[in-house]
Design a protein around this ligand. Structure first.
Ligand code: DX5
Ligand code: ZN
Length: 218
């Protein structure tokens, strides 16, 4: 049976002063995860939010939380995000030289492990880790900001990754993050993506209706 496509609205696109209602709206719309972008002002220019907000969110929200760590040396932070209740943690390949150790710690904690790669990083760089991953997150924009345009060259990267996952008979999801809307999501799905992170597209007007509309074309 074909994997169900997953949709993870990124709270970076939400109204922070109305976060409770934002989470209720995406829950009503049938989102699968809350995507939680952590930025440290070093790996990417801006600083977003961290463990304290995650902890509160986990107390209030029914949805599982997908933590995307855009931070240098994520090995220093993963334990506190695990303790705060992260259901899935994705670290950037470019941010650490301790990928095997991080994946081992996530596995032992029962947290779904992911690796993300920036647009410049060859997709083959994740191949050695595929058998230990729940997902690979392909950045389809340069990380650090919402509201950018989807990089079309990402589609070939998704295809190459899907081919390798298929060749090895693995069940790794391919997540895409950045510039996802109804059109780019369809192209990414055709290329082999099955996990869709989206900020700007979801968090405007009727959030629940936006998620349903996206689901209907995937
Ligand atoms: C960007 C973040 C994304 C961002 C996506 O670095 O990782 O999750 O919120 O936002 P949109 O969908 O607006 O590109
Ligand atoms: Zn993200």
């Amino acid at each position: 049976m074909k994997n169900q496509v997953l949709i993870a609205p990124s709270v970076l696109g939400a109204d922070f002063l109305d976060l409770g209602n934002e989470i209720r709206a995406i829950t009503d719309g049938g989102a699968d995860y809350i995507h939680f972008d952590v930025m440290d002002g070093r790996f990417v220019p801006e600083i977003s939010f961290g463990e304290l907000l995650l902890r509160q969110m986990k107390q209030a929200a029914e949805l599982p939380v997908d933590v995307h760590l855009m931070v240098e040396e994520p090995e220093k932070h993963i334990d506190s995000f695990i303790r705060a209740g992260a259901d899935r943690i994705t670290v950037h390949l470019e941010s650490t030289d301790q990928v095997p150790e991080i994946l081992e710690r996530l596995k032992n904690a029962g947290t779904d492990p992911g690796i993300s790669i920036n647009p410049e990083t060859p997709v083959e760089a994740v191949f050695p880790y595929l058998d230990r991953l729940g997902s690979v997150l392909i950045m389809t924009v340069h990380p650090g900001f919402g509201g950018q345009h989807f990089i079309e060259a990402s589609l070939d990267r998704i295809r190459a990754l899907r081919k390798e996952i298929g060749r090895r008979g693995l069940a790794v999801r391919i997540a895409v993050d950045g510039g996802i809307n109804m059109d780019t999501a369809v192209s990414a799905k055709e290329a082999g993506a099955d996990f869709f992170v989206c900020g700007t597209f979801v968090f405007r007007n009727d959030r629940a209706a936006n998620i349903r509309a996206l689901r209907a074309v995937l």
